[in-house]
Design a protein around this ligand. Structure first.
Ligand SMILES: NC(=O)c1ccc[n+]([C@@H]2O[C@H](COP(=O)([O-])OP(=O)(O)OC[C@H]3O[C@@H](n4cnc5c(N)ncnc54)[C@H](OP(=O)(O)O)[C@@H]3O)[C@@H](O)[C@H]2O)c1
Length: 300
């Protein structure tokens, strides 16, 4: 078993994380640095928030190299440019071992599909789906300036982890999730297809499915930052926090980073991590907080 308390479980790995300016992506970057990864390549649009992630990493860990790229994952050109730049910035970062496709969002709830704004549909499909496809394409194909065989595909090894969602597998019963659900289900389909297409390489393709994660921007943005709706949704149960999900991501990556043949041979293909109170996507035990003496989460 992997000893997660060791600070070297991710030793040697260069990890690219999209959406690293906030929530799960940010928590994963911080946790990966604490777990001894060699380098982090962090993508998001907000330069200032990426800088905050980097500052926090450097306040606790001085060894991990941090390369920041302000990029909108909806643009294939911007993604290709950002991956090329990241691989030519530091002579000690010559290839990418792990890609975590995490950037994503839901917009417009509780509007049903016909009432959704077309630009919100474009933003969700462009970010959650096209963004994942473009970033994966670039990481599989782009080599560093110092070595033409350094792309993930040419190396024939590495890990692609897609942060999908419980909602990918179970159709949400409430209005306002149609397009988000569609993109997450498509992420799962891509994950399965790509894993199969990449046979005869050692590249692992993994889906990590979180349930409800509170405290990030996601659920506030999903409902247009409406405080009443947020508080009602979070009432009665304890959601996961971003650090809970990051811990599970580190466990999966550490499993694959064990020395010798064991790390290459064993793959956690899918991991679904949910709050204990979330029995199914929409079967949430709203007696949890009262039974466990926990305060309801409020929109901060
Ligand atoms: N929260 C949950 O309950 C939950 C549950 C299941 C799955 N998930 C998934 O987990 C992932 C992260 O969610 P989170 O809860 O951590 O939300 P979050 O706090 O809102 O973080 C989302 C991240 O995505 C980035 N992003 C959004 N649009 C982007 C774009 N066009 N280009 C580049 N980066 C972009 C954001 O950065 P910038 O705004 O700076 O670009 C931010 O860093 C998402 O894929 C979400 O679908 C979340």
């Amino acid at each position: 078993m992997v000893d997660l308390l060791r600070s070297d479980v991710l030793a040697g790995l260069t990890i690219l994380i999209t959406g690293a300016s906030s929530g799960i992506g940010r928590a994963t970057a911080i946790a990966a640095a604490k777990s001894g990864c060699h380098a982090l390549i962090l993508f998001a649009r907000s330069t200032d928030k990426l800088e905050e992630t980097k500052s926090e990493i450097q306040s606790t860990n001085t060894k991990t190299i941090c390369i920041l790229q302000s990029v909108d994952v909806q643009s294939s050109k911007a993604i290709y440019d950002a991956v090329r730049t990241a691989l030519s910035t530091n002579k000690d970062v010559t290839h990418i071992d792990v890609l975590i496709n995490n950037a994503g969002l839901a917009l417009g709830a509780p509007a049903r599909f016909p009432e959704l704004k077309l630009e919100d549909i474009d933003t969700m499909t462009g970010t959650n789906l096209s963004g994942m496809l473009y970033t994966t394409h670039a990481v599989l194909n782009v080599a560093s300036s110092s070595g033409s065989n350094s792309s993930m595909l040419k190396r024939g090894k590495g890990t692609i982890m897609n942060i999908t969602s419980t909602t990918a597998m179970e159709v949400p019963p409430f209005p306002g999730e149609c397009i988000y659900h569609t993109t997450k289900a498509a992420q799962e389909a891509f994950t399965n297809s790509l894993r199969t297409e990449l046979q005869e390489t050692n590249i692992k393709v993994i889906a990590l499915r979180p349930g409800v994660v509170g405290g990030t921007v996601f659920h506030k943005q999903r409902i247009g930052f409406d405080e009443d709706q947020y508080n009602e949704f979070m009432k009665g149960f304890q959601s996961l926090n971003a650090e809970d999900v990051a811990g599970q991501i580190i466990w999966v990556l550490a499993t694959g980073n064990r020395q010798g043949n064991e790390g290459e041979r064993v793959s956690v293909k899918v991991l679904e991590v949910v709050p204990t109170a979330q029995r199914m996507l929409y079967v949430i035990d709203k007696t949890w907080n009262q039974r466990n003496g926990v305060e309801d989460e409020k929109m901060g």
